[in-house]
Design a protein around this ligand. Structure first.
Ligand code: KG4
Ligand code: ZN
Length: 331
């Protein structure tokens, strides 16, 4: 069965066609330029950009392929920015109605969490460490549609912390990949930053205290940072974040034994974090989707739709989009 996936929940406008594990075609437009000047995603601008780009991208993807071959359509229904979600969902509903195709509304975090099952054989149950711009969670993926959140961030998500610190340093948006690149030249032990929740190890995360400590350190510097200082700062920031993530992953693996752990979401694209987490997860299989499929994309949405269809979960046209939506409520 060939699936069309549509993703518009944040600042990526993306469409993809997959046939089971094979990617037939895809197009992705990152709205980085639209939001660059603001140092973060502006919801209204994102929604307008989706309206602008989605129809022409759909035409470009579907015309050479032929719409009649599509078996099902999957679109992100939440969580995310409501304007973008509405654009994607209405577009998908219109397409599904006019073509007479079944439609599934997909939970964005479920799509991140299932993505690794497209590229590798990963049976349920498994542990998901979800690290994105808006979420930071440890989830027990018990079966399709049955997810238990073991812990999540008490305040900021890890990607949010990276983006805001990068903005404070004047590095641009999105901050995560820029910080990763700069950190390669820096010394991770050069600047003393607090390790989040160092004495309170459990399933929960917290990154706002670290973010504030970063702001204070940057403000306290008497002169603008040199390139070398920026690199040292980025490397030190990544180290304390990794210390915190590793402690939580070790705790989770001890208290919730599983054979496989999937690390997914935009921040999972970070190779330093991946290697640090891999050290902690020595006794289990640690899997990350290919880097291009860690960050937001439509392949993961199409795959989540396909997983639902093959499990016999009925399509449904009448879903509402949800800006906030817990993974535990996604059936
Ligand atoms: O999953 P995602 O694309 O969107 C959300 O669902 O939030 O995640 C975006 C986040 C941003 O905060 C971005 O800075 C971060 O992922 N990110 C990275 C890297 N690539 C993207 N963080 C660290 N290292 C990277 N290479
Ligand atoms: Zn995402």
């Amino acid at each position: 069965m060939i699936f069309l996936g549509i993703e518009t929940s944040c600042d990526e406008t993306a469409l993809a066609l997959i046939q089971e594990r094979r990617i037939l075609a895809q197009c992705l437009y990152s709205q980085t330029q639209e939001h660059q000047a603001y140092g973060g995603v502006v919801p209204n601008i994102a929604a307008h950009a989706h309206i602008h780009h989605l129809p022409s991208m759909a035409r470009q993807l579907l015309t050479p392929f032929g719409v009649e071959k599509i078996g099902g359509i999957a679109v992100t229904a939440g969580p995310g920015l409501v304007g973008g979600l509405l654009v994607g969902a209405l577009f998908a509903k219109g397409l599904a109605l006019s073509l007479g195709k079944p439609l599934w509304g997909i939970h964005h975090l479920e799509a991140h969490g299932l993505m690794a099952r497209m590229t590798e054989e990963i049976p349920f149950p498994y542990l998901l460490l979800l690290l994105s711009g808006g979420h930071c969670q440890l989830v027990l993926m018990q079966a399709l549609g049955h997810y238990r959140i073991l812990g999540e961030t008490l305040d900021d998500a890890v990607g949010e912390c990276l983006d805001k610190v990068a903005r404070c340093l004047g590095l641009g948006y999105p901050g995560g990949p820029i910080i990763e690149r700069l950190a390669l030249q820096g010394d991770p032990h050069s600047i003393a930053l607090p390790v989040p929740l160092q004495k309170d190890i459990g399933y929960h995360f917290s990154f706002s205290g670290l973010k504030t400590a970063c702001f204070q350190w940057i403000k306290a510097q008497p002169t603008p940072l040199s390139e070398g200082q920026k690199a040292d700062f980025c490397a030190s920031l990544q180290r304390v974040i990794a210390d915190s993530l590793c402690a939580r992953l070790a705790y989770a693996l001890q208290h919730t034994p599983v054979a496989t752990c999937v690390v997914s979401g935009g921040v999972a694209a970070n190779r330093y974090f991946y290697h640090r987490l891999k050290e902690v997860a020595a006794g289990v299989r640690l899997v990350t989707p290919p880097v291009a499929y860690c960050t937001d994309n439509a392949v993961m949405v199409a795959w989540a739709g396909y997983e639902r269809a093959r499990q016999g979960i009925s399509p449904y046209m009448h879903f509402a989009v949800q800006a906030r939506w817990s993974l535990e409520e996604c059936r």
